[in-house]
Design a protein around this ligand. Structure first.
Ligand code: FEO
Length: 183
């Protein structure tokens, strides 16, 4: 008896997305190591924490595939791109990576909609919402580096930015939780 509640197409798409989240974790890990080696301890701390968050995203998909009686295929993770050239480049790469991940998540959502697999469609809505916050967080990084001087950021501005990011929360607040008193 076939107990798999996922179609072969959806199962493959979820496995691919699971690997992408692991890849995202490796990207943050490699940028964190780059930042630490450059002496940006706060930025490194922020990126190390985010590497763990991407690993959590991966695990959610692993658990979902297993719960639907599908098969998880653990495969090689592509190596991250080359190291950033400076902090501005690092944050631009982070933003680009998140935008690409959003596009891939939308593909899984579209597929589940096409197949009328409402369980997967519903599961993927968590990721749709999460990507709003992930992109907002990446945009905030870009705004901070812009204020600090963009590509030419240095001295006190870069020092303060680094210190700031060491204590920046992992999660961006959801727009749905905003109120007039607490925007
Ligand atoms: Fe798992 Fe940063 O998206």
């Amino acid at each position: 008896m076939d107990t798999n509640r996922l179609s072969k197409t959806i199962e493959a798409a979820l496995n691919a997305q699971m690997t992408r989240e692991a890849h995202a974790s490796q990207i943050y890990l490699s940028y964190a190591c780059w930042a630490d080696k450059k002496g940006y301890g706060g930025i490194a701390n922020f990126l190390f924490r985010h590497a763990e968050e991407e690993r959590n995203h991966m695990m959610k998909i692993v658990q979902y595939i297993l719960q639907r009686s599908g098969t998880v295929k653990v495969v090689a993770i592509p190596a991250p791109d080359s190291d950033p050239t400076n902090v501005n480049d690092c944050f631009e790469k982070v933003f680009k990576s998140e935008i690409e991940n959003t596009a891939e998540i939308y593909k899984v959502v579209n597929l589940s909609h096409d197949e009328r697999d409402w369980a997967t469609w519903n599961f993927m809505q968590w990721f749709v919402k999460e990507q709003i916050e992930e992109e907002a967080l990446a945009l905030k990084l870009l705004a901070k580096i812009e204020i600090a001087g963009g590509k030419g950021a240095s001295g006190d501005a870069l020092y303060n930015l680094d210190r700031d990011l060491g204590v920046t929360p992992d999660e961006e607040k959801s727009a749905e939780d905003a109120t007039a008193a607490n925007p």
